[in-house]
Design a protein around this ligand. Structure first.
Ligand code: ADP
Ligand code: 5GP
Length: 208
């Protein structure tokens, strides 16, 4: 029986290491497809449109909303971020596990639309380390870093909505652990409806 792909939502405070982890999952294992979001924020040095994000104007973003081209979208620290629909549908169909690296408002919208989605929340080992990573990345001004840390406190209120917490302390260990959590999630009964149905049908035949 063909294994169906699942939607994996990865959230976590800015600087927790989500982007780093996602890149590693995609390069270390074959079953993942990483969704590239659309955003109105400016590219950071080294970011390429179509790779990290599709960088678009507010006008273009609002056109996508109007045309129902996004699975979900949200506003985060004064910018729009959203998940293009076509890629997600195409990759799930191919049996890939599709990773959406999105913030909490979007994560909850995805959970509503796709109840079988797996929601993971990435955390640093402690808050000091989060600040160190954000500052060490060197891609935001002090003002933006403060805004993101303030936002982290708000996001921490929603952690219980997620299925698993993933602690990103040692990167290598975290990548392996995250992959095992995802593999295990494939085997929960709510994600194996077709398999259960098939087994029941076969057993019914014995009873006749
Ligand atoms: P996010 O996507 O969650 O905002 P990033 O992946 O950009 O976070 O990581 C933030 C910074 O922390 C980057 O400079 C990255 O290299 C670093 N980083 C990520 N994971 C770890 C880790 N396990 N240990 C130390 N530094 C890390
Ligand atoms: P950053 O500006 O650091 O790349 O991302 C800021 C926040 O937006 C992060 O929490 C990230 O997970 C989230 N984000 C990125 N893409 C999307 C998206 O398509 N939808 C939603 N809802 N959030 C997103």
């Amino acid at each position: 029986m063909k294994r169906k792909g699942i939607l994996i939502v990865v959230s976590g405070f800015s600087g927790a290491g989500k982007g780093t982890l996602m890149k590693r999952l995609v390069s270390d294992y074959e079953n993942y497809a990483l969704s590239v979001s659309m955003t109105t924020r400016n590219p950071r040095p080294g970011e390429v449109s179509g790779r990290e994000y599709f960088f678009v104007s507010r006008e273009e973003f609002e056109k996508q909303i109007a045309e129902n081209g996004l699975v979900e979208y949200a506003s985060y620290c004064d910018n729009y971020y959203g998940t293009p629909k076509a890629y997600v549908e195409e990759q799930l169909e191919k049996g890939k596990d599709v990773i959406l690296e999105i913030e909490i408002q979007g994560a909850l919208k995805v959970k509503k639309q796709f109840p079988e989605a797996l929601l993971l929340f990435v955390m640093p080992p402690n808050a000091q380390e989060l600040r160190r990573r954000l500052e060490g990345r060197g891609t935001e001004t002090k003002e933006v870093i403060d805004k993101r840390l303030k936002r982290a406190a708000e996001e921490a209120e929603g952690i219980e909505e997620y299925d698993y917490i993933v602690i990103n302390d040692d990167l290598e260990e975290c990548v392996r652990h995250m992959h095992s959590v995802i593999m295990a999630a494939h085997d929960t009964p709510d994600r194996c409806g077709d398999l259960i149905e098939k087994m029941r049908k076969e057993l019914e035949a014995f009873a006749k």
